[in-house]
Design a protein around this ligand. Structure first.
Ligand SMILES: *Cc1c(COP(=O)(O)O)cnc(C)c1O
Length: 343
């Protein structure tokens, strides 16, 4: 491994988090959202580990993502959340991956090219994002459509007291009595934490599997750890500036390490002033701004030298609270230059 920056991904923690959501899903099956390349970690590795733990239902956004996953074992189910554009038809027909039909045009397209073939359908219950409207879902346009999973998505599940949660669940329950499907699925990670009325037959956690904390009540195990190699260590004196804009001025003699990681790797500029590195068990401040490919850390009084590796604090809930960047963006923004190292 020669890359100077590394994402250590804890496969056991990923599986433990999935088991936590599976237990909280009660009698509902627990799937996994693996869109955006498994939230940046590597969709294939995520699927392999979760499938070995008993997960059967996976969700990606696009047919490109489905193709990138490669062949899936017989017993596994994969759905494409963004459905079936005209340009997707050929690929959909030659695979057993199911489109999640979101619009009347998509439904008509599927009926025309693959009559009777299994698919999923999304119904919008108030988020006004993707999906058929409730009245479209109740209409004759779905007659003859072989729906494996009728899906809806919660807008406010990370805010347990939000009145919209109940409204959406009640509407979805009513629709489940009117639209025939083999099973019904409403909840993402945060929705699962809202309790039994939100579980239906299948749940679709994402962020919680990867160490994010979707809302109160979950206690995720961290899955990712970031580390970067030290390219240079330099002494600075009182009054010396560090980095762009001379934003940091040393108040006394220090040792400063340059780490091989920056905002082009997804290590956001918002970490300036709040990010820390963990050295010998102690938190060390970042100094000055985050550059495109570099960041400076205070290593005064430590033995850290050129070629050493330094861990950056990337606990998702804390990092998100400190930077104002969502946990989802902190994960999915992690770039291509990391060596992704499953441990
Ligand atoms: C992304 C997504 C999920 C997973 O959501 P998390 O908040 O990451 O748990 C579930 N369902 C749909 C439709 C999604 O788009």
């Amino acid at each position: 491994m020669t890359s100077p920056l590394r994402l250590s991904i804890d496969g056991a923690a990923l599986v433990a988090n999935w088991r936590w959501y599976a237990a909280r899903s009660g009698s509902a099956a627990c799937g996994a959202a693996v869109k955006a390349n498994g939230y940046g970690l590597g969709a294939r590795q995520v699927v392999d580990r979760l499938a070995a733990a008993g997960c059967r239902d996976f969700f990606v956004s696009s047919w490109d993502e489905a193709a990138a996953l490669g062949p899936l074992d017989e017993g596994l189910s994969l759905s494409v959340l963004h459905g079936l554009r005209e340009a997707d038809v050929a690929r959909a027909l030659e695979s057993r991956v199911r489109p999640v039909l979101n619009t009347p045009a998509m439904v008509a397209r599927w009926k025309a090219v693959a009559p009777g073939r299994p698919c999923d359908v999304m119904v919008d219950t108030g988020m006004n994002r993707l999906g058929l409207s409730p009245s479209e879902a109740r209409s004759e346009i779905l007659s003859g459509v072989n729906i494996v999973t009728l899906i809806s998505h919660l807008a406010c599940a990370d805010t347990p007291d939000h009145p919209m949660n109940r409204v959406q669940a009640d509407l979805f329950r009513a629709l489940s009595g009117l639209v025939r499907a083999k099973r019904y699925s409403l909840s993402n990670s945060a929705g699962i934490c809202l309790g039994a009325p939100y579980r239906f037959d299948l749940t679709r956690p994402g962020i919680g599997l990867y160490g994010g904390e979707p809302g109160p009540g979950a206690d995720p195990k961290p899955v990712v750890a970031l580390s970067a190699e030290v390219l240079q260590v330099r002494p600075v004196s009182a009054g010396d500036a560090v980095g762009y804009g001379a934003d940091f001025i040393a108040s006394g003699p220090m040792r400063v390490a340059m780490l091989n990681i920056g905002y082009a790797d997804g290590y956001r500029r918002a970490f300036a002033g709040v990010g820390t590195a963990l050295i010998d068990g102690a938190r060390r401040a970042l100094l000055g701004r985050v550059s495109m490919d570099l960041v400076a850390v205070d290593v005064t009084g430590t033995q850290v030298g050129e070629g050493d590796w330094v861990v950056l604090d990337y606990d998702l809930p804390t990092a998100s609270a400190d930077t104002g960047v969502s946990q989802y963006e902190l994960l999915t923004g992690l770039g291509r230059r990391f060596a992704r190292d499953w441990v």
